[in-house]
Design a protein around this ligand. Sequence first.
Ligand SMILES: O=C(O)CCC(=O)N[C@@H](C(=O)O)c1ccccc1
Length: 369
Amino acid sequence: MRIENIELRRVTLPLVTPFRTSFGTANERETTLVRVVTANAEGWAECAAEPDPLYSSEFLDGADLVIRDHLIPRLQALGDRLTAEHVATALAPVKGHPMSKAVLETAILDAQLKETGVSFGGYLGAVHELVPAGVSVGIMDSIDEMLDAVEEYLAEGYLRIKLKIEPGWDLVPVRAVRERFGDDILLQVDANTAYTLADARHLARLDPFDLLLMEQPLKEDDILGHAALARLITTPICLDESIESARDAAAAISLGACSIINVKPARVGGYLEARRIHDVAAAHGVPVWCGGMLETGIGRAANVALAGLPNFVLPGDTSASSRYYEQDLTEPFVLENGHLRVPTGPGIGVDVLPDVLADLTSSTTNITF
Ligand SMILES: O=C(O)CCC(=O)N[C@@H](C(=O)O)c1ccccc1
């Protein structure tokens, strides 16, 4: 495929409500959009890196620099041989930076699929037209505020509730949700690495609440700690930050560190590696679900397509646009009986709204090929 130019565009979207996790509170979503321009199409993707290196070591300004100075030159060296399937290999000499690599691979894949008229879901192997939607509930100032939020999300039709937890906000909110909404709602927790193995007895006190899973309780590099914890609690352990590749997934599953995996294409370097993780997990009978990084409709569209693959059997953090944004960069994703519809158009199957984009853009960098 012949790329004419690549544009990096920094945009900031206000969040409808603050989103608090164990690693910080976000009031807006700042991201870098990548637009890949070819003679016949333009591909879009968004970078999931946070402004600060608190979820992972990547951060947005660093991503911009790595993309511009270390990744794009390696893609330019490929010339006309460049296809989306070549990107990961071409960028492999650069250590780490999966989110920077993912946004380039995804934008190139989007352009490629738009040129050939194939949808993201069609290319990846989606087998569902609708995918079940879960929702992530942040840490809040009070139990009542959290319960009101959960009630509203359940009323909107979300099929699964994920509560962010951290030491001091775990047993009480989980017990409160079970007491208010009963044992039948699908409920899980996400610690974002906030605990240590010394907390095992405390975390075992969550076992009676029949949680779907406990996400990333320990540090991202503590695979053996998660394997030990899995022998001390009955709640299934799901890994997120620990899994950056299909190889990580195979090792974590083989060591008994997880029985469920949260697949985030941005965290693993792109949708092709995400599909490999899906396949490795499926081969071991390990279910996966699609995580979220507060994506705008651009990233959300690609995530929803991925969530259509057969082993994505648990509701993902593929919420409606309105969970985070008053105004999305694309037409909003809207719940249909607790599900989101997999786009069927070429590529990601959604268009960026030009007026909204112009309004939210703070800077643009153009790199000619
Ligand atoms: O629904 C969403 O897009 C967000 C889901 C969510 O909780 N994401 C968390 C996470 O730890 O998985 C996150 C958000 C922002 C940045 C990093 C991680």
